[in-house]
Write a new protein. Sequence first.
Length: 446
Amino acid sequence: MNLVSFSIKTKGAHNFARRLGTVFTRFGVSEAPTRQALYTIIDSLRQYNAEPTFFIPAVVLRRHPELITEIAHSGVEIGIHGYIHNDYRLLSESEQYEQTRQAIAVFEQTPISYRGFRNPYLGWTEESLHIFAALGFMYESNEAVIHDVIDLDQFTPLLRNGYEKSLELFQATTCTAYALRPHFEGALLRIPTSIPDDEMLFDRLRVTSPKRVGGIWCKVMQRVYELGGLYTLNLHPERGILCKRALDILLSYAHNQPLPVWVARLGDIAQWWKERSQFRLNITPQAPHHWHVEATCTPRATLLARYVTVEDASLTPWSGMDVCIQSHSFTVHAPRCPCIALSLQTPEQVADFLQEQGLPVVRSSQEEADKYAMYLDIAEGLGTTREEQLQRRSALMEQVEQLEAPLIRFGCWPNRSRAALGVTGDIDSVTIQDFFLRVLEVHQHT
Ligand SMILES: [Zn+2]
């Protein structure tokens, strides 16, 4: 299936005709309009000392190496968006492997150091994950979390239908605190991405007013902040100028939250999650109801506590039941050991999962259960299918988040941040020529 038939299938012939109309207003025969759009996004983020992450198909990079190298040198992260702009779900495993390898080869001819991969149409498969890990990618960013912050009843059935087709195309999962966190699958980090993206708002729902778009993004940010997760905004640079005000509204909203929101490139988020995965909490009894806590971590770790009296360290307010501890070695007074105990028959997989979530874990027999903040006996583990795993992991994290008992743990984000925001976008085309070559390239590879 080529791009034309693919687009028509997922967007409808009517939408495809509209799309062609916008191509001539957003792209030029020269790089100039795209350059201006890229710098519009870059400049908005600079005001907050932050940088965006852009993904680009290798063939597009090959046609515009100077422009992309220039923005990479200015601090922007560039990731791989396929060799050509096609859907990996339509490829065999060996085709996926070959195209990913070809894409890497093109990137290696430039000074750009890539760290991540995002598929066109977020079209990943189980095979893609193995390929990304085997070819040394640090992360991928394809798992789409849907934020239902839009009242769909106010749209016509035709527009709603188009929007729902996008949800299907992106294999969207529902939003939970756990779904909003990165997670490791082997050595590969999976960084969730958020939808609706700019295309779903502009082209599907025809929401184009900057104030309205900005308002929707702030609603997503608000929810991500409350859940302490990551908001990966998807904004195609071709709409960079149209979205400038909306982006400024979002960045200002994020900046004005009571606790910091970490605005970061996805590669830095991957680096942080890797660093954090090595953090450990060692809790030892000192006297009755007194525990010494030794945190093995880097200085930027966020250490949180609830329902304990911290005796020899200063505290700063945080969120909900938690306070933030300013020391990595301290003593707490608590009626129970501030950690999570697992039964002996609970598989190691559960311990690894809780540790990745920043929680201290010990093993204990059922008789000692009430000595700990929480006791878990999950002999069956965390599920087998992806859907089951997501559900069980989400439910378990919700249980921990709501726990009204003594608990020490690591927060998700560095330097006391409550949430994170990654501004990302796919540079599918730089010029009008790229847009039409895309049709040809995809056709040649099918
Ligand atoms: Zn794309």
